[in-house]
Design a protein around this ligand. Structure first.
Ligand code: HXC
Length: 517
């Protein structure tokens, strides 16, 4: 019989073994490839001495292909709870040094349990992905494990924020867990995300592509839009995760944390008065406008490389988190295309689910014309924006900076889509379309038959602009609350946000609406 002392010593030794990962050689290989280990990542993520590990002793029960009796430390995933900036966060961190971080029955059970704990306790969930995928030795048990993780990703969705960090391979069906989460942060160089790898693609389609070209951070951010934030390395990914969490509430029943001393700072900014160029064909950088309006110029842009004709991200106004949506006149003149519509609609849904007020900056010539866009389903994709904004019950504030044309005007959260407050700069223009296009349609014959068509066209354009290319018609109809000088925009937004703090918006009961997917 072992004495109590011996039992405690046994526990110590076992704990030391199970927390040692896959051994020195594999840890050295992990470091050589530019990656931190699963535990090093957690040490950086959490406030000092706050991490409490859960399920360390869980072990697989596979008996085949060399796994019988083999101890896998923590079964290849470190799970538990800790504090990020004083707020509780649940975590799973796959350990590539243990069986390649592969997912078997027990590994999946551990992830499922932290998902359930996050749900029960209303705390965000962060998962570090660094894995060879389904554990080959566990066959269907591994696949079933993924299914259970996906199922819980969906249960958790909209209740607590979910952030996936791709810090190594994440291929095949494994990619669907991050895809079901709210934000994907991917590490350049080491992160790889794809459903079928280059080898299979070559066999099936003959296409030749490198793993980086196919599933690297740039490809998965810029081309597919799967990735929301790109990090230079593991440390940077963790910093981005911490910063992102700071904008979000812990769950859907709470408001985001507020920073600052509660003092409302209005601050005039005369630079904004000179932002809009006199020539309507000239562009400007909407990010400069956003940067001048948010606290300390701190704007956390999301999906920067994907659909850059639209800009989305988080900032704060007087300490209050806001979700910002904007057209970017410097890219495609700010027109809305399929990808921009998807990007905006998803972001609006996220902000609405987590009680984050929306501020929308409008300078949009409309939806992008083209056969490719029509065949690609711009109607369905654009409708996602209309749906997302109309369904959103958080405070919605819209500012029209310049063009607000056609469907784009409505899709960028016009008053008729439930915007609570709409302001325009004096440069705002709300119209069905731009002057040049409009006069060709309305006065085509008069222009064609005139002795001097260009002079007649110019006259009609001038008349049209006087009639429509201004914000006063909209203001006269109560569709614009106020026309403000650009320098006073922060004041307007601050007061409007304050006025909407207690907003209530009751909708009819239903199981769920049917967003056009
Ligand atoms: C079991 C695995 C594993 C796996 C890696 N390992 N992947 N063990 N199941 N899926 C083990 C290796 O045996 C090795 O063990 C250790 O992890 C490190 O692997 P290496 O190959 O030495 O590392 P590296 O050269 O860096 O290559 C990493 C890799 C490669 C690219 C991820 O291991 C790989 O291609 N693995 C298989 C990927 C795969 O096809 N997975 C199944 C996808 S299908 P030792 O003991 O030597 O350290 C899938 C379906 C999910 O996931 C479906 C959900 C619906």
């Amino acid at each position: 019989m072992k004495t109590t002392k011996e039992k405690i010593e046994y526990l110590r030794q076992m704990r030391a073994r199970l927390t040692a990962g896959g051994g020195e050689k594999r840890i050295a290989k992990q470091h050589e490839s530019g990656k931190l280990t699963a535990r090093e990542r957690l040490a950086l993520l959490f406030d000092p001495d706050t991490f409490q590990e859960m399920y360390l002793f869980a072990q697989h029960r596979a008996t085949r292909f060399g796994l019988a009796g083999q101890e896998l430390p923590a079964d290849g995933v470190v799970t538990g709870v800790g504090a990020v900036d004083g707020r509780q966060v649940f975590v799973a961190s796959q350990d590539f040094t243990v069986s390649g971080g592969s997912v078997g029955e027990t590994h999946a059970n551990k992830i499922c349990q932290v998902q359930e704990m996050a749900l029960k306790s209303g705390s965000p969930l962060v998962i570090f992905n660094d894995s060879g995928g389904a554990r080959i030795q566990e066959g269907i048990d591994a696949l079933s494990g993924y299914g259970r993780i996906f199922y819980r990703n969906v249960l958790v969705s909209g209740v607590v924020p979910q952030i996936a960090i791709i810090a190594g391979p994440c291929a095949g069906g494994a990619a669907y867990s991050p895809a079901l989460m709210d934000f994907i942060i991917m590490v350049k160089g080491t992160g790889k995300l794809f459903i079928t790898g280059p080898q299979v693609i070559k066999e099936v389609t003959g296409e030749v592509v490198t793993p980086e070209e196919l599933g690297g951070a740039y490809a998965q951010e810029a081309h597919s839009g799967n990735v929301h934030l790109v990090a230079e390395n593991d440390q940077h990914a963790i910093q981005l995760c911490q910063k992102l969490l700071g904008f979000l509430p812990s769950n859907n029943l709470e408001d985001p944390p507020e920073y600052g001393n509660g003092e409302v700072v209005f601050g005039e900014d005369p630079v904004l008065d000179a932002i809009i160029p006199d020539n309507p064909r000239d562009s400007y950088d909407i990010k400069e406008v956003i940067g001048r309006l948010v606290d300390e110029g701190d704007f956390m842009e999301i999906q920067e490389q994907f659909a850059p004709n639209a800009v989305i991200g988080f900032g704060r106004i007087n300490g209050q988190s806001v979700g910002i949506v904007a057209n970017q006149p410097a890219v495609l003149a700010g027109a809305l295309d399929i990808n921009a519509s998807d990007k905006i609609a998803r972001f609006v849904r996220f902000c609405n689910a987590f009680n984050i007020p929306l501020i929308t900056f409008v300078d949009v010539p409309g939806f992008l014309p083209g056969v490719e866009q029509e065949y690609g389903g711009i109607i369905r994709h654009g409708a996602k924006m209309l749906f997302a904004y109309s369904a959103a019950t958080v405070p919605k504030i819209t500012l029209i900076l310049r063009k607000a044309y056609g469907g784009g005007y409505l899709a960028m959260c016009a008053k008729d889509l439930g915007a609570d407050r709409v302001a325009a700069w004096p440069t705002g223009e709300v119209a069905v379309m731009g002057a040049a296009g409009a006069v060709n349609i309305i006065y085509g014959n008069e222009i064609k038959n005139a002795a001097d068509p260009e002079a007649v066209r110019a006259k009609f354009i001038q008349e049209y602009e006087a009639e429509f290319a201004n914000p006063y018609v909209g203001a006269a109809r109560n569709l614009i609350d106020d026309i403000i000088e650009p320098k006073d925009t922060r004041r307007y937004l601050s007061l409007a946000l304050e006025s909407l703090r207690a907003k209530r918006d009751v909708r009819p009961q239903k199981k769920h609406g049917l967003i056009p997917l």
